[in-house]
Design a protein around this ligand. Structure first.
Ligand SMILES: Cc1cc2nc3c(=O)[nH]c(=O)nc-3n(C[C@H](O)[C@H](O)[C@H](O)COP(=O)(O)O)c2cc1C
Length: 167
């Protein structure tokens, strides 16, 4: 039988950049951020993430630099470490937190758009603007959040036989 929980999330967890400019209440945004902190993480270092949520014109200005329009976003930073395995663990746990944001947001009818592909000048700008040292932390994603401005059509499940199997 299909796993119903994951299927329902998957149906709606579309990357959606058609976002209404209706503000997200602060307490809801805080709940979304808090959900991220429940994600699992590797043990080294013990506090792997830095998340900065922005609203209003600050978010709008930054989203415009990414050619998008959103008045709520989360800047997601991952700690940089020298060891490859620990770095991998840090990336993984940061994306697990991002996934939690998105799932928690959905429970309020809020959709999201994850952007990882940003250019170096944008990265530099964000690090400068928020005073975060590039040697210690890496901006790995910007998550735009908002109430959908369009109807979200459920995702049609694709045939995934080619990418997983049980032997
Ligand atoms: C971790 C992650 C990073 C992503 N990074 C980008 C990105 O940098 N730019 C972009 O346009 N889309 C990005 N996407 C969106 C994916 O391309 C998108 O989810 C995919 O096309 C499937 O579409 P769907 O979300 O509507 O099912 C990202 C999605 C995820 C989950």
């Amino acid at each position: 039988m299909e796993n119903k929980i994951i299927y329902e999330f998957h149906r709606l967890l579309r990357n959606t950049d058609k976002l209404a400019l209706k503000p997200i209440p602060k307490d809801i945004l805080e709940t979304i951020l808090k959900a991220g902190t429940y994600a699992p993480y590797g043990q080294n270092p013990p506090q792997p993430w830095k998340f900065i949520a922005l609203t209003g014109n600050r978010a709008l200005d930054i989203s415009k630099k990414l050619d998008r329009i959103s008045n709520t976003l989360i800047l997601c930073f991952c700690p940089k470490v020298k060891d490859y395995i620990n770095q991998l663990t840090n990336y993984g746990s940061t994306f697990a937190a991002i996934h939690n944001f998105r799932i928690q947001a959905l429970s309020y009818g809020i959709v999201s758009y994850v952007i990882t592909e940003v250019d170096e000048s944008f990265r530099d700008y964000i690090h400068r603007e928020f005073n975060i040292n590039k040697n210690d932390y890496e901006l790995i994603a910007v998550v735009l959040l908002g109430y959908p401005a369009i109807k979200i059509e459920p995702k049609i499940p694709t045939n995934r036989d080619v990418i997983w199997r049980v032997e």
